[in-house]
Design a protein around this ligand. Structure first.
Ligand code: NAP
Length: 320
């Protein structure tokens, strides 16, 4: 055990969540199940998956195994998953959620998010990025407010405890808040030193919405040695000061920006390392150094949807 995290947040609907979660994007074919099993043993009680990742079944299998072993009870673990862009028509939302629950093998999830504010044409459950004869992604203009209305019904049906959004910019979030019955409990957005999202985090906080931070390590790539902040001597010096790794310093920074990070790893040692970030605190000087990497560069651009009227990153203030 790496040390228990007594670090929980309360949502605007009364539910609770652990202040760090295991990311699972690109974690598949056995790796994902092994990662979730290990994460639960280490102490993670918050797992992030999505229909798009194709690994809901592995996440569910691991969680069910740990429940069967008596390591956790269902109510101890918070599972987030996401509605993919081809299921945005209101009449398809319940179908998509039930399909997800079948994948996971549980009666409910804790949080169901609209993965992106833009929509794709539905061409079957498995055609996740439909393309026309010219190879262009087939976008459709479904208003996310209509999708949200169908998401609200899922809470009434007990299929998810809570609902939220992901990749919504300030304007989209403000419009949603002015037109919803149930407020989103989360906006899941990209956050790391190169994209600190201070403005959007402040808006969420003001409205009682928690931010989960995806790609907190800037989707670290050891072969390409990217992003820069993962290889910089200045961050290494901060890490040395606290006897931590660069990854731990970066995750801690993302926490101290006021968010819940979702570092992804399929490696047992790194799963533990990423969790072990609650026994130190960065000082103002460390923050100034980490702030200096902010340049607005994204890992997840979703440029294939740039022509959608609901594409979230055309708004300058979405980055700064
Ligand atoms: N809502 C959305 O649109 C959205 C978009 C992207 C991601 N997400 C969620 O956020 C999660 C995290 O984002 P991400 O997967 O894009 O990127 P990330 O967590 O920033 O980075 C993952 C990469 O960092 C490596 N890594 C993990 N821990 C490390 C450590 N301690 N030291 C060095 N390298 C380390 C991983 O390799 P190993 O596995 O080999 O350790 C993997 O290559 C996703 O898995 C997903 O759950 C959501």
């Amino acid at each position: 055990m790496t040390g228990k995290v007594e670090y929980y947040f309360k949502h605007n609907d009364g539910t609770h969540i652990q202040g760090i979660g295991l990311g699972t994007f690109a974690s598949t074919e056995g790796d994902c199940e092994r990662a979730v099993l290990h994460a639960i043993d280490v102490g993670y009680r918050h797992i992030d998956t999505a229909y798009f990742y194709g690994n809901e079944a592995e996440v569910g299998a691991a969680v069910r195994k740990k429940i069967a072993e008596g390591v956790i009870k269902r109510e101890d673990i918070f599972i987030t998953t996401k509605l993919w862009c081809n299921f945005h028509e209101p009449e398809r939302v319940e179908y998509a959620c039930r399909k997800t629950l079948k994948n996971i093998g549980l009666d409910y999830v804790d949080l169901y998010l609209i993965h992106w504010p833009f929509s794709y044409k539905y061409r079957g459950d498995n055609e996740l990025i439909p393309k026309d004869a010219n190879g262009e992604v087939e976008l459709v203009d479904i208003d996310y407010l209509d999708t949200w209305g169908a998401m609200e019904k899922l809470v009434d049906l007990g299929l998810t405890k809570s609902i939220g959004v992901s990749n919504f910019n300030e304007e989209q979030l403000t419009r949603l808040l002015a037109n919803c019955k149930i407020k989103p409990i989360h906006n899941q957005i990209e956050v790391h030193p190169a994209l600190d999202q201070k403005k959007l985090i402040a808006l969420c906080k003001k409205n009682g919405i928690l931010v989960t931070a995806f790609s907190p390590l800037g989707r670290h790539n050891a072969e390409l040695r990217t992003p820069t902040f993962m290889y910089d001597g200045k961050v290494q010096a901060i890490a040395d000061k606290y006897n931590k790794s660069i990854a731990q310093v970066v995750i801690r920074y993302v926490i101290e920006l006021g968010t819940i990070p979702l570092p992804k790893s399929s490696n047992p040692k790194r799963i533990e390392e990423n969790f072990n970030v609650f026994d130190f605190k960065l000082d103002a000087e460390d923050h100034a150094i980490l702030d200096s990497y902010h340049n607005g560069e994204r890992v997840a651009h979703a440029r294939q949807a740039i022509k959608s009227k609901y594409y979230p990153f055309n708004v300058y203030s979405a980055c700064f």
